[in-house]
Design a protein around this ligand. Sequence first.
Ligand code: NAD
Ligand code: USQ
Length: 384
Amino acid sequence: MKVLVIGGDGYCGWATALYLSNRGFEVAILDSLVRRHWDNEIGVKTLTPIATIQQRIQRWKDLTNKSISLFIGDITNYEFLKGALHKFEPNVIVHFGEQRSAPFSMIDREHAVMTQVNNVVGTLNLLYAMKTDFPDCHLVKLGTMGEYGTPNIDIEEGYLTIEHNGRKDTLPYPKQPGSIYHLSKVHDSHNIHFACRVWGLRATDLNQGVVYGVLTEETSIDELLINRLDYDGVFGTALNRFCIQSAVGHPLTVYGSGGQTRGFLDIRDTIRCIEIAIHNPAGPGEFRVFNQFTEQFSINDLAVMVKKAGAAMGLNVEIQNLANPRVEMEEHYFSAKNTKLLDLGLKPHYLSDSLIDSLLHFAVKYQNRVDSQQIPPRISWHRE
Ligand code: NAD
Ligand code: USQ
């Protein structure tokens, strides 16, 4: 089976491409490398020294004798996208290729517009290319749990059955995203749903929670295969940031009171969920939604766990409550369903002391690459 991994040079995409290649899928990576450009634009670096995509793929070939094809270009360029699809002829397209940072999307009007154009137009191009030439291809699209926001009722997997004035229907779950980036994912979901309903395309929208961790079986076998691990205030995400902060003696940056609760998962489960979605494709015309996370935590829960694991390693970890740069609820109900992937066979790697411990050791190993100036949040959601 041929799988095209769009965004395959990124954090989730690189780990997924190698995992699928290792399992015998014929894999191609399509990436514009724009994420490396955005890092340069805002002056940040991943904790880890990542090789070029060409070196990475060559090293994988040298070590395993498995080839990964490479298409460098932007999916907002329709001619390029169509050319790549015709050359590779995928059975499955796994789409990670978007601007994925909420703070980056909130910098100013330019970054907001760029995020939505990049994400919405890229996905729309993909849908048109599938409609015209690859109608049977299965689209596995990375969405986000943040599409739902934090409603005061249970979050279902994509759809909600509602009774209204004596009539009943199952409709898309209401969306209340918390950033321009998260909104772009809502727009994508609507467009993909439309393409399934009207053109009969098949798609799985994976509403993923916050991913943590860095090592997977494949990315850990050689330094040249190492994955990116972001810790800066723009692209770094909660738990990964806390581990790296602990390693360099920076107080943990809890925004506001820290009661914000989100779904989380280990990167080893990200790649497995993609494999599960591929093996169990959506039917023609079906827009299927899975909530892809394994556990819920508040930011305070995570900070306390990291502090405890740090203490066991002899690190003195402080927790600091910063003024929240975001506009979000800090104390709220959060109860999201996540049974669909479990029913299809996902065996989660739950967050454990040993995982935090290994992330802390990993962070300590690369601590000399940390620029502490990049840790504090510097983008505000507030109106001046
Ligand atoms: P990332 O920034 O590490 O990787 C994204 C990759 O996509 C980059 O290599 C980038 O160059 C590429 N890309 C972006 N726009 C492109 C375009 N127009 N054409 C071609 N390539 C393009 O991000 P990630 O953390 O790996 O996230 C991947 C996906 O998973 C995103 O869609 C994100 O919304 C989703 N997701 C991520 C997380 C997380 O915690 N990292 C959680 C939930 C959902
Ligand atoms: N937070 C802190 N301190 C930090 C970083 C974050 O308190 O140092 C808080 C934020 O205020 C927020 C929560 O932690 O309440 C999550 O923030 P995050 O930066 O870890 O993640 P988020 O901005 O939501 O985005 C990340 C990915 C995005 C993905 C999303 C999944 O960057 O691509 O879509 O996680 S979810 O959160 O489920 O929407």
